[in-house]
Design a protein around this ligand. Structure first.
Ligand code: C2E
Ligand code: MG
Ligand code: MG
Length: 730
């Protein structure tokens, strides 16, 4: 029965006839077989047969050799004889199993008992070929095993790819900058990624099974229902909405949430189920993106368009809007409204002397105080620089506007504290009323502006209602601005001089230079009318320099003419003092005109000194060093603090003329002049009394003694040529 020749030896015929195996040829060439048999002939014939089928075959003569080869890897199928000397087939099977070597084992054995078969299958073999065998049987069985193995490998490969792809998706989902969610037909979360924790403070597991309503801001619920509950999302397209999601309370998490809700842009797609009319909604899934920053930016842009960025007050545009609205309401309701135009007094000086940063901070504080003083229904707007407009939308009586203006002025009687400065500011307030003063918003503002100019020209820090005749004053002031610029070019300014006398001896001791403007049409204009404007429009320094230069040149001329050794006082604006090279300009002048020591005096006001002492004081000391005197002008109208005078290098004090009463009796009643004089002496200062107009005043001062006097009674301001005779020595 057993005919090895027929059964085991390959014939060309057989190789050629294995047509069914052609389908395996790819698998065959890629498959490596190890034939293990101690019988050389059998092994050789098996090898020849299988190589004939295209397999790569290797051989081993016993279990140990086979194991060595298997350990090197790359063997797909092992054909294993059981009975071999040394390590037999059973032992090898056991080692293969124990070590988990990846190869399929076909046992090829003559001992085909049931026990043997059971034993080898338990040992991990997957087939059993009984010796002797028909070549076709061998081919079929090997081919089958190889095919199974390939299929298994392909499956494993597919599984690995699937796992990798799933891992990739899981990574993408959990690292997504957006929330990715899935909601079931009842509106409860079935999935939500980690991102929800960063954005809302909830852990995904806290939300699974919870209803979306718990997360959506109450006001946005109707919108959310449309997306999650209704038929809308079923058309297969995704829905996009903006919703606010509530964040978890910050107490619950160490992470702090800036606001209680964030704005989310959400897309929702319906889960597709059976397409029937009344089919229940299976749920939705989609992506939710945090757009709070974008929202904030949009709100910011909106805010910037209608507000002043420094003070956060409404800007002109918003003010006009509200004014127009208030006009319409006033028309319907038959009531009145008021527009207040506020301009801060002396802001330019504060800005120039303390710097823009301080100026800005001051404006912020001012805005705050204005806001706090008014009702919420009133609009305060900053319309530029130091100008504010206020809308009082509903007045019972026009006088109310005056009361509110006064309330505002009173609110600023307390200084504003800024880091190292305390700044007292005032306002000039113009008021116009609707419908009395103008018919439209623009004219209301224009008229309030005009009224403001009016109060500015009349001493500032007060309010004024608009009246029809203000047009002229406004025009006049406007023209004046233009004319001052021309006046400098065309040399229309002149220095006049007013004498100062020692009251006890009657001797002339000094002159005060006072500017006059020879206006080609208006004639002589006094400084009160144009100096404040020149300060505002930034021409005061040029004008000031002209006066200093003219005064020094004139003094030189008088000295050359051999006149009495008088002092010449020149008024200096606070703006000149804060000019960085002010001291150098003055010292250069005294040098150039070779003026003797102590002949030139600069008059400065208290206000000028209060603003920025740190900056100004060293310069004043430099002036003293150059032999230039310093007089405090208009003493008593400003801060009147003798204490701070101590820190100043002043030489004399000019008491403001408002301290002089007209009659002797009145003057005797008040002791203030005496008190100031006594204190000034104590501090070693000369005292000059300004504005002496009557002999009674003169006598009163003579009684006090030691005072220098100036005033119309003693001599008017005059041109230099009229002064010369006064200065002649004999
Ligand atoms: P001021 O420095 O206090 O000058 C004294 C003012 O009082 C002068 O007015 C003078 O004409 C006036 N006056 C003199 N005696 C009497 C009197 O008996 N009765 C009355 N009622 N007034 C008298 P003026 O010349 O109109 O100057 C006004 C102010 O303008 C000055 O006050 C000074 O602050 C400023 N000023 C004048 N010239 C200049 C200047 O060149 N530069 C600067 N920055 N300011 C100047
Ligand atoms: Mg003066
Ligand atoms: Mg004065």
């Amino acid at each position: 029965m057993f005919n090895p020749t027929r059964m085991f030896y390959a014939s060309p015929d057989l190789q050629g006839s294995s047509s069914h195996s052609t389908g395996l040829s790819d698998d065959a060439t890629a498959t490596r077989l190890l034939i293990t048999d101690d019988d050389d002939r059998l092994r050789a014939s098996t090898l020849a047969l299988l190589e004939g089928q295209g397999y790569h075959c290797e051989q081993a003569t016993n279990g140990q050799q086979a194991l060595d080869r298997l350990l090197r890897g790359g063997i797909d199928v092992l054909l294993l004889d059981l009975m071999m000397p040394g390590m037999d087939g059973y032992q090898l099977l056991e080692i293969i199993q124990r070590r988990g070597l990846d190869c399929d084992v076909i046992v090829v054995s003559g001992e085909a008992t049931f026990d043997n078969a059971t034993r080898v299958f338990r040992g991990g073999a997957i087939d059993f070929i009984n010796k002797p065998y028909e070549p076709q049987t061998l081919f079929h069985r090997v081919e089958h095993i190889v095919r199974q193995r390939r299929l298994r490998e392909e499956l494993n490969q597919a599984r690995r790819e699937l796992e990798a792809s799933e891992q990739r998706y899981r990574f993408i989902v959990s690292h997504s900058p957006d929330i990715i969610y899935m909601i079931d037909g009842n509106g409860c979360f079935t999935f939500i990624n980690e991102r929800v924790h960063d954005l809302l403070g909830y852990r995904p597991e806290d939300l699974i099974g919870r209803h979306y309503r718990e997360l959506v801001h109450e006001e946005d619920l109707p919108l959310a229902e449309q997306v999650f509950d209704t038929q809308v999302p079923r058309n297969g397209e995704d829905q996009r909405v903006e919703l606010r999601f509530k964040c978890r309370d910050r107490k619950d998490y160490a992470r702090s949430f800036e606001s209680k809700s964030i704005t989310i842009e959400l897309s929702a797609t319906a889960l597709q189920g059976p397409v029937t009319e009344n089919a229940p909604l299976l749920g939705t899934y989609g992506v939710a993106r945090d757009i709070s920053d974008r929202k904030k930016a949009q709100e910011m842009i909106q805010f910037q368009a209608y507000h002043d960025l420094l003070t956060h007050l409404p800007n002109r545009e918003l003010f006009m809007d509200r004014l127009q609205l208030a006009i319409n309401q006033a028309d319907r309701g038959g009531h009145q409204l008021a527009v207040l135009f506020l301009d801060m007094d002396g802001f330019k000086f504060i800005n120039d002397s303390l710097g823009h940063m301080t100026g800005d901070k001051l404006l912020q504080q001012v805005a705050k105080r204005l806001r706090e003083t008014l009702r919420d229904s009133d609009t305060v707007s900053r319309i530029g620089g130091d100008e504010f407009n206020i809308l009082l939308p509903d007045l019972q009586k026009p006088e109310e506007a005056g009361l509110i203006a006064q309330k505002l002025l009173d609110a600023f009687s307390q200084p504003i504290r800024l880091e190292n400065h305390e700044i007292t500011i005032g306002f000039s307030v113009g008021i116009s009323l609707y419908p009395g003063d103008a018919a439209c918003a623009e004219d209301l503002i224009k008229n309030a502006d005009m009224a403001m100019y009016h109060i500015k020209g009349r001493g500032k820090n007060g309010y004024e209602f608009f009246s029809d005749n203000m047009q002229q004053i406004y025009q006049f002031r406007h023209n004046l601005e233009q004319d001052i610029r021309k006046a400098l070019e065309q040399e229309q300014f002149e220095a006049w001089y007013q004498p100062q006398f020692n009251i006890d001896s009657g001797e002339i001791v000094g002159l005060e230079a006072l500017i006059r403007w020879n206006h080609p049409e208006r004639g002589l204009i006094t400084p009160d009318l144009f100096i404040p404007i020149a300060e505002e429009i930034g021409l005061i320094n040029e004008i000031g320099r002209f006066m200093l230069e003219t005064g020094c040149a004139q003094l030189r001329e008088w000295i050359d003419q051999g006149t009495r050794p008088i002092k010449l006082s020149v008024n200096v604006s606070p703006f000149q003092l804060i000019e960085s090279n002010f001291d150098l300009i003055l010292c250069e002048l005294t040098d150039r005109y070779e003026l003797p020591q102590d002949r030139l005096v600069v008059e400065i006001t208290e206000t000028a000194l209060m603003q920025d002492m740190e900056q100004v004081l060293p310069r004043l000391k430099k002036l003293i060093h150059c032999g230039i005197g310093i007089a405090i002008d208009d003493f008593g109208v400003g801060y009147s603090s003798l204490a701070y005078l101590q820190s100043l290098p002043a030489r004399s004090l000019k008491i403001d003329r408002s301290f002089l009463a007209r009659s002797r009796e009145e003057m005797d009643k008040t002791t203030i002049v005496k008190a100031i004089v006594a204190m000034a002496r104590e501090m070693g200062l000369d005292v000059v009394m300004e504005g002496i107009e009557t002999t009674q005043q003169l006598e009163y001062l003579r009684d006090i003694g030691g005072i220098i006097g100036q005033g119309y009674l003693l001599g008017y301001p005059q041109q230099a040529r009229h002064i010369l005779p006064l200065l002649k020595t004999s």
